[in-house]
Design a protein around this ligand. Structure first.
Ligand SMILES: Nc1nc2c(ncn2[C@@H]2O[C@H](COP(=O)(O)OP(=O)(O)OP(=O)(O)O)[C@@H](O)[C@H]2O)c(=O)[nH]1
Ligand SMILES: [Mg+2]
Length: 466
């Protein structure tokens, strides 16, 4: 069965499970910790908590904390807890909500959850608390998605950008497009209804100009997806080169710790090694690889196969060359294999000699991994390679989700089609239809019109308890 809910003047289809039931889940990660937190949300939250807690929960003020016991079916104590009621609508979900802070460790929290379910709640689905918040108008859909982005953030830039989206910066942009496009659409609709009167309030040229202005702003936002992806995804940074050029030494220098084995014997690294690396607020997976060369040795052959694979899959390649010796055919081969748009040439061992071969490739960085020289310049080069137009400022709104990217792309296509229909003097019905399609696509971003499928696919990616 489908529920139809009227929000923001559009119809939204909701699956059965989204009817206001009282749901419960453990909100903290499994494992040992000082405390664990359980959440109950829905119309019966207070009554359910009342049945298992030693104090008068129904008399507590909202947002007040109360120490007491959670009792088992036979009246015995399960745990000493802190209970906090949040009365509707002043809660995360907008429904009555109760938080129970119990002692850490999964066992106690699971026992309390079982008890809560026994007295009337049902287990929450992934992301269902945030879904309730969205359905109650506490958050729009882009903000709800930002909650998951915030939880998943691994770098300062990702945290900042998720926080900004949660605060509604992206939503404000979309709403401003919607406002102007709705005005243009209304004029076109009036023209459709009263064609003989023509355009009363504006000229065609003005209308086209206004539409082009919004289109340009939408295209600008659309272009930020490159930066958004760079901020929010785990970028892989792969060290590639012939044996013995200093890949593992560079890995250690970048990490600032002795992670990979370094010896003077070519072929020391046999397997790919992976470590997390932060550079200027960005998060990378740094991968050291086996030196690539022709070899009959079976283990090394497998290592070389993995190196080639890592090279093909990585977002950014550091191709290490040894400045203290002439270029070998192996190095030339690797130069051909690495795509210039995602490769930085790194001349290592410059403490011994400067490179004798000129390479027509930008950028090239001179370092000495052994002496820790040039590492900061290399980090700068990495940053420049990632941000083609410089790093986004704190205030800049970027889109990071493929869903948003595709919705804006479709909205732009429809608005362009409307613009073309007006320019070609086609009947105003065509442009009006395109404008409605454009507004529908924009609406899916903030959730003013979304299908059950979209909601399911978004919230199923959340953790249970969020
Ligand atoms: N002089 C000098 N020696 C270096 C430098 N970087 C690395 N080396 C030396 O070069 C040798 C090889 O270094 P590794 O870091 O093991 O080289 P690799 O590319 O990881 O080698 P494989 O794992 O065998 O492919 C070691 O003896 C290092 O001490 C450098 O900047 N200057
Ligand atoms: Mg190595």
């Amino acid at each position: 069965m489908l529920l139809f809910v009227q929000t923001c003047e559009t119809i939204m289809h909701l699956p059965d499970y989204q009817q206001p039931a009282t749901i419960a889940a453990i909100a903290t990660a499994p494992g040992t910790g000082a405390i664990a937190i359980l959440r109950i949300s829905g119309p019966d939250s207070i009554a359910i908590a009342q049945k298992i807690f030693t104090g008068p929960v129904d008399q507590y003020a909202s947002h007040s904390a109360h120490a007491g016991h959670i009792l088992a079916h036979d009246g015995s104590i399960i745990d000493h807890v802190l209970l906090i009621p949040f009365r509707a609508p002043r809660s995360y979900t907008g429904h009555d909500t109760v938080e129970i802070h119990c002692h850490g460790g999964s066992f106690i929290a699971r026992q309390i959850l079982t008890r809560i379910l026994e007295v009337g709640a049902r287990p929450a689905l992934p992301g269902e608390f945030t879904l309730q918040a969205f359905l109650n108008g506490k958050l729009d859909l882009a903000q709800a998605e930002a909650v998951q982005m915030l939880i998943a953030s691994k770098s300062e830039l990702a945290r900042q950008s998720a926080c900004q989206q949660l605060d509604g910066a992206l939503s404000a942009h979309i709403q401003s497009f919607q406002k102007e496009l709705t005005r243009i659409a209304a004029i076109l609709e009036a023209w459709v209804d009263f064609p003989e009167e023509g355009l009363e309030f504006t000229t065609l040229d003005e209308l086209l100009l206004d539409l082009e202005k919004v289109l340009e702003s939408m295209r600008r936002l659309h272009r930020t997806f490159h930066d958004g992806k760079a901020i929010h995804s785990d970028l892989s940074l792969c060290l590639i080169g012939s044996p013995n050029v200093g890949k593992s030494s560079l890995m250690n220098a970048l990490l600032g710790k002795d992670r990979a084995i370094v010896t003077e014997i070519p072929g020391t690294t046999r397997d790919s090694l992976e470590e997390e690396l932060k550079i200027h607020g960005m998060h990378f997976r740094l991968i050291d690889t086996a030196g690539i060369r022709e070899t009959d040795e079976m283990i090394e052959q497998e290592g070389v196969r993995r190196s080639r694979q890592a090279m093909q899959q990585s977002d950014l390649i550091l191709l290490i060359l040894d400045a203290s010796r002439p270029m070998a055919p192996n190095d030339t081969e690797l130069l051909k294999l690495t795509p210039p748009e995602s490769t930085i040439i790194v001349w290592n061992k410059t403490d011994l000699a400067l490179p004798s071969t000129a390479i027509d490739r930008e950028p090239a960085v001179l370092i000495s991994a052994k002496n820790n020289q040039g590492i900061d310049a290399l980090k700068e080069a990495i940053q420049r390679k990632i941000w083609k137009n410089g790093p986004p400022s704190k205030e800049e709104v970027v889109i990071a989700s493929l869903r948003h990217f595709q919705a804006i792309e479709r909205a732009i296509e429809s608005a362009e089609s409307a613009s073309a229909a007006i320019k070609e003097n086609r009947s105003p019905e065509f442009a009006a239809f395109d404008m409605r399609t454009c507004l529908n696509h924009l609406g899916t971003i903030i959730g003013t019109n979304v299908s059950e499928d979209i909601l399911n696919s978004i919230f199923s990616q959340f953790c249970v308890g969020k």
